[in-house]
Design a protein around this ligand. Structure first.
Ligand code: GEK
Length: 241
């Protein structure tokens, strides 16, 4: 387990960046900030078990410290696969290399922008809370490249923080999420500093905007399989023709 996240007790941290300080506390930070994060990891393992095809590639885009990468690795039941984990933060990727060193499936780590990555022969692709950090106008092109690089019968697992067009629903989900963070030991001040620090860095969109973009990217079907407050996970399918 990583060190306890106390980053926002001491400073404003504007704007948020995946730097060395964050990498040291990231595991604790994401578990105490994202309701249902542990469940997304468990289900990534299960979904990888269902959809990984023989001798295919699996991609974990925005792999951070490798939790979602290892979740994929533990689900693979077929032969000849390779997992490619990508992150543009050097600090995160250095720790990730150590964390995934005992993986049952070969893992190749790349330090790069996920928008530069060539996706090829993929049966399972994971964006576990990463698309939210990509500029809105660049999200369609990324998803189109993912779809183009996937095998028929493959799936994309897309987990995101989301927003709601209905003001009442939006306000109530924010209250529930912030109450969750306080129940996890964050103070009012830490919650408000983190909110400010993520402004214009983490850009949430509505659930319907995500489904519409997935469809525009080529995915024939998509379904929301998980929601806890303003956090969701979606499965998008590239169907057999
Ligand atoms: C998990 N999936 O534990 N290119 C590459 N990496 C990026 C980019 C980019 N353009 N933008 C952000 N990142 C992980 C959690 S965290 C989610 C993913 C969170 C990376 C960034 O460096 C960070 O490691 C990750 O995406 C997002 O399941 O912090 O809420």
């Amino acid at each position: 387990m990583s060190k306890k996240d106390t980053l926002f007790t001491a400073k404003d941290g504007l704007p948020f960046a995946f730097d060395a300080d964050v990498s040291k506390v990231f595991e604790d930070m994401i578990q105490r900030s994202v309701p249902g994060y542990g469940l997304t990891l468990q289900m990534i393992t299960m979904i990888a078990g269902l959809y990984t095809q023989d001798k295919s590639k699996l991609y974990d885009l925005g792999c951070s410290l490798g939790a979602s990468t290892l979740a994929l690795a533990h689900g693979v039941k077929v032969e000849g696969c390779e997992i490619i984990g990508v992150d543009n933060s050097q600090a995160m990727l250095e720790k990730c290399a150590n964390n995934v060193s005992q993986s049952p499936v070969p893992i190749l780590l790349k330090q790069d922008d996920i928008q530069n990555i060539n996706i090829k022969d993929a049966s399972v692709v994971v964006l576990n809370f990463t698309l939210q950090f990509i500029a809105k106008e660049e999200r369609l092109a990324l998803l189109q490249r993912i779809y183009a690089g996937m095998r028929q019968g493959g799936v994309l697992i897309l987990s995101e923080k989301v927003s709601f067009s209905d003001e009442f629903e939006q306000d109530k989900h924010i209250i529930l999420h912030e109450s969750f963070k306080k129940s996890q030991g964050y103070s009012e001040l830490e919650v408000s500093r983190k909110r400010q620090s993520l402004e214009n860095v983490l850009i949430p969109e509505s659930i319907s905007a995500h489904h519409a973009r997935l469809q525009a990217s080529g995915f024939e079907q998509s379904q929301t399989w998980f929601q806890c407050f303003n956090f969701v996970s979606i499965l998008a399918y590239k169907l057999e023709k």
